[in-house]
Design a protein around this ligand. Structure first.
Ligand code: CP
Length: 302
């Protein structure tokens, strides 16, 4: 079994995965020898702090070994991805990969005889969404009936959040003046629509009125952030998105928890004041990436 997105998981399976994340956080010792003699390949074609740290530390804390593989220094750069993965899956027990393209993740999954985990591509970020669900459940004691508002660009994080929320009974409203076409997946939106739990609006003020959680993400994907070819698009996005910043003005008559999957661009998608507010749970949310990584590997590698 692989984890490329949440489509293959039933609502029940996703809820159980959230509970497993909370359980491993509470009882780390119980799982500390689960992966003795096992290795996890962590393949990165893009930059990362949290995804790398969480999966590497999770591998160690579960008794195994996380092997960091920088795409740029390996023969992934010149060989067919299928051949490289056919080899890799004979020497390690799981592959976690952060790749530019979902199509390459799917090629990896097809070629691999061991589980493949999506560590964020242009369409989905399931390990992030699982950490988000763990954080929400810790704060509210339940997922069902909770209200979350995502304000930002409709991107990979937004897709996985929509999938994760609608499969676990969370009411999610998205306020996304820009749709990143690379992330478009009509199936995710169609399935979310069927649940009646997903709404989309451009009225951020109204959306946050009764929200339990307000969530934002970078307006520009990591691979484009410092790319000079993307400079004009970056300027355009800042102009369109600035009125949608999470700040004290937006939240003045409401009091939701504030979430952000990090890395943060201070003063753009979120104000410094909001990051440092007593309702900000951003660092707890990031910490929970570790328990998300553990839960995913425990489920797939058992
Ligand atoms: N949120 C997230 O995936 O962080 P990194 O890009 O640092 O891994």
């Amino acid at each position: 079994m692989h984890l490329i997105n949440f489509k293959e998981l039933s609502d029940q399976e996703l809820n159980s995965l959230v509970d497993l994340g909370i359980e491993v956080k509470r009882n780390p010792k119980k799982y500390s020898k689960t992966f003795e003699d096992k290795s996890v390949a962590l393949v990165f074609q893009k930059t990362s702090t949290r995804t790398r740290v969480s999966f590497e530390v999770a591998s160690t804390q579960l008794g195994g070994h996380g092997l960091f593989i920088d795409w740029r220094t390996t023969n992934f750069t010149m060989a067919d991805i299928t051949d490289e993965v056919k080899y890799l899956s004979r020497n390690v027990d799981c592959i976690m990969a952060r790749l530019l393209y979902d199509t390459d993740l799917l090629k990896m999954a097809k070629a691999s005889r061991i589980p493949v985990i999506n560590g964020c591509d242009e369409k989905y970020h399931p390990s992030q969404a699982l950490a988000d669900l763990i954080t929400i459940k810790e704060k509210k004691g339940t997922l069902k009936g909770t209200k979350l508002v995502y304000i930002g660009v409709h991107n990979n994080v937004c897709n996985s959040l929509i999938e994760g929320c609608t499969k676990t009974g969370i009411k999610i409203t998205t306020v996304t003046p820009i749709f990143n076409e690379a992330a478009r997946d009509e199936e995710v939106l169609t399935e979310a629509n069927k649940t009646g739990l997903w709404k989309s609006t451009l009225d951020a003020k109204k959306a946050v009125k009764d929200a339990d959680f307000v969530y934002t993400d970078t307006w520009i994907d990591m691979e484009f952030f410092t790319d000079p070819k993307f400079a004009a698009e970056k300027e355009k996005r800042i102009r369109i998105m600035m009125p949608y910043q999470i700040n004290s003005e937006l939240l003045k008559s409401t009091d939701p928890y504030i979430m952000h999957d990090m890395p943060i661009h201070r003063g753009y998608e979120i104000s410094v004041e909001a990051i440092e507010s007593s309702k900000s749970i951003i660092y707890e949310q990031a910490e929970n990436r570790l328990y998300s990584a553990k839960a995913i590997m425990l489920k797939l590698m058992k």
